[in-house]
Design a protein around this ligand. Structure first.
Ligand code: NAD
Ligand code: 13P
Length: 413
């Protein structure tokens, strides 16, 4: 029996936290997973901050490679300072080396970087690898809007699910209890704890593997594209809900497995726009009632967007009942980075981007670019007025509307 090798692509605030969770679990489930987990790090030179010098007083102020610091001291001093990472987690600056021989790829980086990363991965991953996208954003092109899980799957010729939830990374890194939602709806050929071993195909795919099967993707315009998939060889434990639960579930990180990949992905992406609006009104000092109104209207627009553009697959319950929906909306509008930066920007009278650069030490907001991307998609279809809150956030970020306009703009919602 072979074991699954796991790689995390990304090492920011959430990327490092998810890597910690995964490495703890591969250590506990050695029958399913190889213990060592690789985390791809976008390499940079970092000066170790004073508060992270607790383990070695000889460390000076000379910049060092972030991967070397992580591998020596088991701490991501730039993006997740103060948190001990498991020793079986290896920081790897080479994308292609990090994913070599991995059957499970976990994508966890700001959405603006995933395009380039996927280009570099093409042809370097196992044909039967499977992915989980932890990215909160949507992929908008001139043609329409698609989910990153689908776009990654399409681009790399693999199946990719999605993980999203009320998951502020710093709290989870400190092992404070939270829930998450993982959507995984794999092709039937993977989906079994079937005691009958799969037989080799008489007409095998790449490398004498299992037969290729087609997976159908559908974009926002209803157009379909087909991805040829290679089945996971039978020597591996099946890649199903049980395996993914084993990989992600911790006593402090409770996993709910579902099949609605579109709902989970859209919840994580769209709530970031709403969190900016919540920050705007909190920054004006309007109190909790105003913020609750923003969340109510925001949730309605999230559901409407899902139903309008992903009607075939999305389930309203994912928005209203799962951690990836309403719970993420609440936590993000209470303590997320998008919320905090928007609030401070209004209080200081500067742009959100300015606060992001000053305060986040290289971490990236997803709400600003998602607001622009969703707006360009809606505008191209003449639908801006149907989504007054999403449109207001775009307009406030661009300076054509004011926070004080929000109540009138969303008045009929
Ligand atoms: P982050 O905000 O900490 O972003 C910084 C990361 O981007 C670093 O790893 C940095 O090395 C990398 N980076 C910078 N320039 C790059 C480049 N040119 N190419 C590739 N990488 C580059 O990232 P994060 O918090 O790990 O967020 C990843 C995703 O997870 C986002 O979609 C975010 O919305 C989502 N998310 C974040 C949190 C959270 O609390 N941080 C929680 C849940 C989900
Ligand atoms: P921010 O990116 O706004 O911090 O949101 C984090 C998050 O997604 C919490 O679930």
């Amino acid at each position: 029996e072979k074991k699954h090798k796991v790689t995390v692509v990304g090492s920011g605030n959430w990327g490092s936290t998810i890597s910690k969770i995964i490495a703890e679990n591969t250590r506990e489930h050695k029958d399913i997973f190889e213990e060592e987990v690789h985390m791809w790090v976008y390499e940079e030179d970092v000066v170790i901050p004073e508060e992270s010098k607790h383990y070695d007083c000889s460390i000076g102020d000379k910049p060092q490679k972030l991967t070397a610091i992580i591998n020596q001291h088991h701490e991501n001093v730039k993006y997740l300072p103060g948190i001990a990472l498991p020793k079986n987690l290896v920081a790897n600056p080479s994308l292609q080396d990090a994913v070599k021989d991995s059957t499970i790829l976990v994508f966890n980086l700001p959405h603006q970087f995933i395009g380039k990363v996927c280009e570099q991965l093409r042809g370097h991953i196992l044909p039967y690898a499977r992915g989980i996208s932890c990215i909160k954003g949507v992929n908008v092109t001139d043609d329409g809007v698609s989910l990153f899980s689908e776009w990654i799957g399409d681009g790399l010729g693999i199946y990719c699910g999605a993980l999203s939830g009320a998951n502020i990374a710093s709290e989870i890194a400190e092992e404070k209890w939270s829930e998450t939602t993982i959507a995984y709806d794999p092709p039937p050929m993977d989906n079994s704890r079937n005691p009958t071993p799969r037989t080799r195909s008489p007409n095998p795919g790449a490398g004498g593997l299992e037969p290729l099967t087609e997976l159908q993707h559908r974009d926002a315009r209803g157009r379909t594209s087909k991805t040829k998939l290679t089945a996971v060889p039978p020597e591996y434990p099946p890649l199903d809900h049980d395996t993914f639960r084993a990989l992600f579930h911790r006593p402090y990180f409770h996993v709910q497995m579902v099949s609605d990949v579109a709902g989970v992905s859209l919840g994580g992406a769209l709530k970031n726009i709403v969190a900016l609006a919540a920050g705007f009104v909190d920054g004006r000092g309007w109190g909790d009632n105003g913020k609750a109104a923003i969340m109510r209207v925001g949730l309605m627009e999230m559901v409407k967007f899902g139903k309008e553009f992903f009607s075939k697959t999305v389930r309203t319950e994912t928005f209203t009942e799962s951690s990836a929906g309403v719970a993420d909306l609440i936590t993000s509008c209470s303590g997320g980075r998008n919320f905090k930066c928007a609030k401070k920007a209004v209080q200081k009278g500067v742009s959100v981007q300015e606060i992001e650069e000053q305060d986040l030490n290289g971490q990236k907001l997803q709400g600003t670019s998602t607001a622009f991307e969703v707006n360009s998609f809606l505008k191209a279809r003449g639908l801006e007025k149907e989504y007054p809150l999403f449109t207001a956030v775009n307009d406030i970020l661009k300076g054509t509307k004011k926070v004080d306009d929000i109540p009138n703009l969303v008045a009929d919602s």
